[in-house]
Ligand binder design. Structure first.
Ligand SMILES: [Zn+2]
Length: 101
């Protein structure tokens, strides 16, 4: 027996929270980082807000062909999710029956 003593790195108590994010439609949305201080805004507003969300230098945002969303709005609209099982909760394109064959 030659068990090497491994340090207790995974005691489960001080592991960081799982902050991974997923884009269910990666063909539509791209994660980008804002570079520079020129004024660019999120295209969405939260209910009750009458101002636009300014994207800051270094801020991660989501972009599609004709929309740009801050991370907060992207999560709210489901463009980005923390649900690792998102792919189980949506209809798969491959499961849609092909008509006409
Ligand atoms: Zn926003």
């Amino acid at each position: 027996m030659s068990d090497s003593e491994s340090p207790a790195t995974h005691d489960g108590n001080d592991r960081p929270a799982d902050l991974r994010l997923y884009i269910p439609e990666p063909q539509v949305w791209t994660a980008r980082v804002k570079i520079g201080w020129d004024k660019e805004y999120c295209y969405a507003k939260l209910p009750g807000q009458d101002y636009l969300h300014l994207l800051l230098n270094g801020e991660i945002f989501l972009e599609s062909r004709d929309e740009r969303l801050c991370l907060t709005c992207a999560v709210r609209r489901g463009v980005v999710t923390m649900d690792r099982l998102y792919w189980q909760n949506r209809p798969r394109i491959a499961s849609i029956p092909v008509v006409g064959l």
